[in-house]
Ligand binder design. Structure first.
Ligand SMILES: O=C[C@H](O)COP(=O)(O)O
Length: 250
């Protein structure tokens, strides 16, 4: 039985003081909740948020990290630095990293392997563009992103992997995939994982949906068999909008 996992990716929003205020409010709103919740602040906001969620079960993640552990890589942040802050989860391969910063499947795979070598959990994002979907390439794109992104990841390490299916055309656009379309993509991804690993690994894998998730569509999406949670962007920026998504089943 897979447990729902709801994540908020703040992207380049929230100063340290704003992040701390949000986190304190979320901690008190979630008292007693057993839902697995993660928030991913920008790097500089992480320490304030880590401090604010202390004692709660909220996971603080990074939105990205370097493909190296240390050295002459100006402007980069490494897994070692994140771990020193108490951050053990990282989002990798977000479509904005792929499209705006040219991250390839091979580069993302290098980071995935590095994060796993540091015993970090990875939330690996995949998803097709509108032209890929309309051109009938959905399965080809997902197959490539999953196969390349997870190259060299062992069956044992798959316990640390969450996948986030985010159709690029649904991110920040207000257009959500229908629950049926999203579920079909998730089912395809799960069948792919069963082929690459085992049926057991596929059945345990958490696959989040991302792309204009909000309070009004969260329940319909997450009632689908293969949708195990959400990676929320815009609606994760206020507790008022994020909380009903976390509590979609209440
Ligand atoms: O990481 C989150 C996704 O990019 C979704 O963003 P959105 O909820 O603003 O569409």
């Amino acid at each position: 039985m897979r447990k729902h996992y709801i994540a908020g990716n703040w992207k380049m929003n929230m100063t340290p003081s704003e992040g701390a205020a949000f986190a304190k409010e979320l901690v008190s709103a979630l008292k007693g909740s057993t839902t697995k919740v993660m928030i991913a602040p920008p790097f500089v906001t992480i320490p304030a948020v880590v401090e604010a969620v202390k004692g709660s079960s909220i996971i603080v993640a990074a939105q990205n990290m370097s493909d190296n552990l240390n050295g002459a890589f100006t402007g980069e942040v490494s897994a070692l630095m994140l771990k020193d802050l108490g951050v053990n989860t990282v989002i990798l391969g977000h479509s904005e990293r792929r499209s705006l910063y040219g991250e390839t499947d091979q580069f993302i795979n290098k980071k995935v392997l590095l994060a796993l070598s540091q015993e970090m959990d990875v939330d690996l994002c995949i998803g097709e563009t509108l032209s890929e979907r309309e051109g009938g390439k959905l399965e080809e794109v997902l197959t490539r992103q999953v196969t390349e992104g997870l190259k060299g990841v062992s069956e044992q390490q798959m316990k640390r992997i969450t996948l986030a299916y985010e159709p690029v055309w649904a991110i920040g656009t207000g257009k959500t995939a229908t629950p049926e379309d999203a579920d079909a993509a998730h089912a395809f991804i799960r069948s792919l994982i069963a082929k690459l690993y085992t049926k057991g690994v596929a059945e345990e894998l958490i696959i989040q949906y991302g792309g204009s998730v909000k309070a009004s569509n969260a329940k319909a999406l997450m009632s689908k068999e293969h949708i195990d949670g959400a990676l929320v962007g815009g609606a994760s920026l206020s507790v008022e909008q994020f909380l009903p998504i976390v509590n979609f089943d209440k």
